[in-house]
Design a protein around this ligand. Sequence first.
Ligand code: B12
Ligand code: SF4
Length: 549
Amino acid sequence: MTKRKTNILFINPSSMPANEQEAFLNKTSILRVPSFSMPLGILEIVAYLQEHLDNINIKIVDMGKDLYKTYLEREQTPAMSLESFIELGLDSVDFQPDIVGISILFSSSHSSSKIIINKVKERWNDVVIICGGNHATNMVDNLLANPNIDYVLRGEGELSFTEFVRCFQRDENINVFGIIDKKKLKKSKNELSPLIMDLNDIPIPAYDFIDIETYRKTVGASLMFTRGCIFKCTFCASHTVHGRKVRYKSNDRILDELNLFVGKYNFDKIIIEDDLFAINKNKFLDLSKKIVSRNLSVKFYLPQGLSVATLDEDIIDAMIDMKICEAAVAIESGSPYTQKHLIKKNVDLTKARSILKYFRKKDFLISANFILGFPRETRELMRETIDYIKTIDVDWVYIFHALPLPGSEMFQEYVSKGIINPNTFDWDGIRLGRRSFDTPEISAKELESLVYDTNIDCNFFNNSNLRHKRYKRAIKVFNEIILDQYPFHIVGHYCRGLAFLGLGKKENAKNDFLECIRWIQKNEESKRLFERYGENMEYLHPYLEELEI
Ligand code: B12
Ligand code: SF4
């Protein structure tokens, strides 16, 4: 059977919502710096394709990284629309693609992916378009209603997508398990692609296909030790792609990947992206020992919240041995009722407290994650969480809105109660730290205020490092988490000023207080912060009079 030479283009959209991308690219406002990390899903599929098929040409347009580069080069980059930015990305493709695969991992990419897909179809009319990723897996009906999308792959991509390309190359009918088209949608839209049970069967991700240099200089390399999570948190959709059974890479394989990052690509930052870090204690302790014995000059980061269930003192010690020195613990709620009955996360809140104490004892930079606004969560239950937050000693607390992620039990509950409609939902709002819908328990507006006020109270005016007189540490954390990214944040400047006062550095404190005044005069967001929290900022009052504010 002859095999058609096949050009495959993968696109990794930015996870920044389309409206924020538009404002950022137009230079009308920057609400946040675009975040990005390696598109591991695409890289692992590409590696698998290369091992199993021939006669293929592959190219990746990594728009997540490209958007960040636009931020890095903002002085030299002219203002442009999101459409022009997408066109520029597509201009870089030097072949006529036969298949275009779009990775829609985040719901916040829903709207921008739509624009990308339309542009692809305008440019290459005959191309076959297939979407994959967590959001795509759970939004099949909605995506396939778009006439420009031909297929959606549900679940993990390696096995089914390889089969898909094989059929394409042989001009065979495409009927691959887990790949849904408009016809299949009517009968078997819940099919999931088969999982790879032994992760060692996936070759080393195809890092050479991305701009490795930019990753090296900025966010670092992404690495996953496992896939899957055994827990059943109602707000999470991870299992819909990777299942509830944990599958592993061997420690030798992980060390091979590390050697490649450090030896070949010279990375000094590695991000571990597992859902459930250190779920197999012995395996992790063995890995940590091996990493330590190799004395690699690299730092590991854990952006995902760690599970209280998997942590203990041995694991924390092993993390510290391998130079992990900051992380967040995913507690999510301080209410035992919410833990058990509403979110089914079942965090042992007493264990969480002792884990946090141990991290503190070891001088770890430790944060904790919480969520407010779950379905059926009353104000009293939310208050329990806020009260709990005030009793723990962490460097930072991250407080999120409960956001309905397609595929999660929580999403289903909101849909079945008619609170949200997946077809009209505001996907751009899914990552903004705000909600676009009210629930019987709390309105979107009240939830936003509650989350914001709790953040300001717990992280700033009642900051744990300030309360415990750890002033140097408070300054470091205010810099890293707030002021380096949001220089207009006057509450951050004010509280850093308080830390300087604690250290007896009156001049530095005065500079921070004056900086607050300057921002209030020139920036709307700073002014809003002052209107809302100025009462608590008594050290600013003398300067306000002086400057006639
Ligand atoms: C690593 C990770 C992050 C990283 C960033 C990752 C990135 N690439 O930008 C960090 C820590 C920064 C992060 C942050 C957040 N994350 Co996150 N994250 C993950 C995590 C754990 C792993 C993603 C990953 O790399 N997987 C490994 C690869 C191999 O798998 P994959 O990407 O799914 O790809 C496979 C398939 O999906 C498919 N596939 C993928 N693309 C394509 C394309 C084609 C064409 C085909 C055919 C197939 C295909 O095949 C691939 C190989 O099998 C997932 C959960 C999970 N386990 O998937 C959550 C997840 C993606 N995150 C999620 C969320 C909600 C967030 C946050 C909003 C959390 C918060 N409250 O702040 C933030 C937002 C960040 C942002 N960038 O905007 C949700 C997204 C759900 C949704 N509908 O939006 C997930 C699914 C977890 C969950 N709770 O359900 N996250
Ligand atoms: S939130 Fe974390 S622990 Fe809970 S099911 Fe999802 S990945 Fe697992």
